[in-house]
Design a protein around this ligand. Sequence first.
Ligand code: DON
Length: 309
Amino acid sequence: MVCRHNDELEALVKEAKKVTDEGEVASYIPALAKADKHDLSVAIYYSNNICLSAGDVEKTFTLQSISKVLSLALVLMEYGKDKVFSYVGQEPTGDPFNSIIKLETMNPSKPLNPMINAGALAVTSLIRGKTAKERLDYLLSFIRRLTNNQKITYCREVAESEYSTSMINRALCYYMKQYGIFEDEVEAVMDLYTKQCAIEMNSLDLAKIGSVFALNGRHPETGEQVISKDVARICKTFMVTCGMYNASGEFAIKVGIPAKSGVSGGIMGISPYDFGIGIFGPALDEKGNSIAGVKLLEIMSEMYRLSIF
Ligand code: DON
């Protein structure tokens, strides 16, 4: 499927790009620091398989936290809500994505939601498989069905870079293990989680995943129900309440669509029934969201009246 370049969208990208100077690329995962902070691309994938784009949509990036929605969908379909929500909560948090504070102050000590790192690590620990390879293959094959792209894999350099430096995430795992929220081996989960976060694609692939959510789990190209309708609904609800971390409230007011960001600068957005949006803009704001990506969505939301509220 080819995505057609669109001049109107390109003008919006040009406008949103102006704020990239005010952001910084993530550097706490050393390999991400190599990104060009002035990049910005967008693809819109419609439910009738038409796709429009602007910027360099061939450029690939790693999913980082966007992968948290996909691992959540996978384990919810596997085990159901009762089991999954016994390990992770359903409430937003006003704290940064890698904060440990609520694990300490909440009773029981359970991560507030699956979009913050603690919750996502607990979710990843539930991914089925007897060996590390089996678990990763299971996740990758799900993401290949979502993108309808068999070439999707993870970026070794980014995975290794995060694995060798991610001490706060290890601390979160050990803390949860102490309280029985986490039963697996910490290093095994860190290995799987860092590979999950390093799954690589371009904005077109990401927009296509968004369109699957827009169609309540049905793939617009293959017709396959890749995610059950109920699980797609739960994931979209988490994207509204927690998808942009402690900026989710402001984002809901300014943009008003389900969306999930990652520190690589990716954002997946969903316009219910209509289309999925994939954005890559690596300059981040202070909360870890793509600064130009959010700006672009604000402009698009106002122009095309995207808010679901
Ligand atoms: O665990 C981490 O810190 C990263 N792999 C993902 C964090 C992330 O993408 C937060 N997003 N804005």
